[in-house]
Design a protein around this ligand. Structure first.
Ligand SMILES: NC(=O)c1ccc[n+]([C@@H]2O[C@H](COP(=O)([O-])OP(=O)(O)OC[C@H]3O[C@@H](n4cnc5c(N)ncnc54)[C@H](O)[C@@H]3O)[C@@H](O)[C@H]2O)c1
Length: 374
């Protein structure tokens, strides 16, 4: 085995110390430097890892040729400048979610990493959780049938951010999971929300996504809820999955439940939905820390030169949806097309509205097909 990779971490607030703990413990790397402009945070983390050199200015990490990789756990608005400086200095870079604050910024980072042959990874941590891996395995096996819709709730009291709204803070987790499970990008997003505490920064949002073939997803995000809720329901044509990340055990439950329509009928008396309520089972899932898996994956990708599961393109896709959700919030929940071929240079809104109306009208036609005739 070669020399361990030297890792530097910028941002040691709430989340950074978890990254420091993992990189300090993993084989194949060394936590070489840590940085936070808040001296109290820097002192705290340096006391835990005295062999890591501490610097208040992240530029010292960028300028250090001995560092192989930089991990960025600062507030979202600072991700782009720090990641860009890191890549320009030839460092592999792991950026906390969201990758950046606009698609243009994300694309610049992706191009930069590509041109320099560096690993750019985004911290979509849930994709490294054994529960999501198990759900993906079950969905891909065809056991739940065709995915019809996914709903998620990510609620708690705080932690309030002052540079991004709650959708940008919490929904990247849900979006990354939904994109991973659906295996495709949505066609439309719409989002509504309200700002109760900090003017202009929504602390409660409800986002919905429309995919091909009438598949959909809804994401509820809130910093204003008395309970910590992390729930996801995945409804398939054969079975339904409930994932409760806050549960201490039995986090995934699979319900043998479905509704079917009669294939044909002649009279109203013959028209009955068939409700199927079968068994519920709990698959075995090995307990592992998702963040540890994520940090290990970053190291492995650097050593093996492989593309990360959560690479710059995945980060860009999530930011594309978030950007459109902000546009929808501004337009009071109007659906925004994510299909760039639908957007003409002029009259973007009309094109979006027209397309959405077409989708709604198609949906209505499909529904009408099943209305029994008297
Ligand atoms: N992957 C996950 O599950 C997960 C969980 C929580 C937070 N996060 C992400 O981690 C990031 C940080 O979140 P947090 O809750 O720890 O925020 P925080 O505000 O608690 O910590 C951010 C830290 O960065 C420092 N900082 C800011 N600008 C800096 C700069 N230019 N140079 C050096 N230090 C600087 C601040 O002093 C602060 O200590 C965010 O992007 C957030 O979305 C990810």
């Amino acid at each position: 085995m070669g020399n361990p990779l030297n890792i530097g971490i910028v941002g040691l607030g709430y989340w950074g110390p978890n990254l420091a703990r993992n990189f300090n413990a993993l084989p194949g790397c060394k936590l070489a430097m840590v940085s936070d402009r808040d001296q109290s945070r820097l002192t705290h983390v340096q006391a835990l890892y005295p062999s890591a050199r501490g610097e208040p200015d992240y530029q010292s990490l960028i300028d250090n040729p001995a560092l192989d990789a930089i991990v960025i756990a600062t507030p979202a608005k600072t991700h782009f400048p720090i990641a860009k400086a890191s890549l320009l200095a030839g460092k592999h870079t792991l950026v906390e979610k969201p990758l950046a604050c606009s698609v243009a910024e994300c694309e610049e980072l992706v191009d930069l990493a590509h041109s320099k042959g560096l690993i750019l990874m985004v911290s979509h941590t849930f994709l490294y959780s054994p529960e999501i891996a198990k759900i993906k395995e079950i969905v891909d096996s065809g056991d739940v049938g065709e995915i019809r819709y996914i709903s998620t709730r990510r609620l708690n009291l705080g932690l309030f951010q002052n540079d991004i709204n709650v959708a940008w803070d919490l929904a990247p987790h849900d979006l990354s999971i939904i994109l991973h499970i659906m295996g495709e990008s949505p066609k439309f997003v719409n989002c509504q929300g309200s700002a109760h505490i900090t003017p202009g920064i929504e602390d409660v949002t409800a986002m919905s996504l429309q995919f091909e073939n009438q598949r959909s997803a809804v994401i509820q995000s809130s910093w204003l809820d008395p309970r910590k809720v992390r729930e996801m329901t995945i409804v398939g044509s054969k079975r339904m999955i409930l994932y409760d990340d806050v549960a201490t055990q039995e986090k995934i439950k699979i319900f043998d439940a479905r509704v079917e329509q009669p294939p044909h009928y002649d009279t109203f008396a013959e028209f009955h939905y068939a409700y199927h309520h079968g068994d519920m089972y709990v698959p075995y899932v090995k307990q592992e820390e998702p963040l540890k898996n994520e940090c290990q994956h970053f190291i492995d990708c650097i050593i093996d030169g492989e593309t990360p599961l959560t690479n710059g393109k995945n980060g860009t896709e999530v930011v594309r949806i978030l950007e459109a959700s902000s546009e929808s919030l501004k337009r009071n929940g109007e659906p925004i097309s994510l299909d760039r071929s639908e957007i003409s240079e002029k009259g973007e809104t009309t094109a979006i509205k027209d397309t959405f109306s077409r989708v709604l009208s198609q949906k209505k036609q499909n529904r009408d097909k099943f209305v029994p005739s008297y």
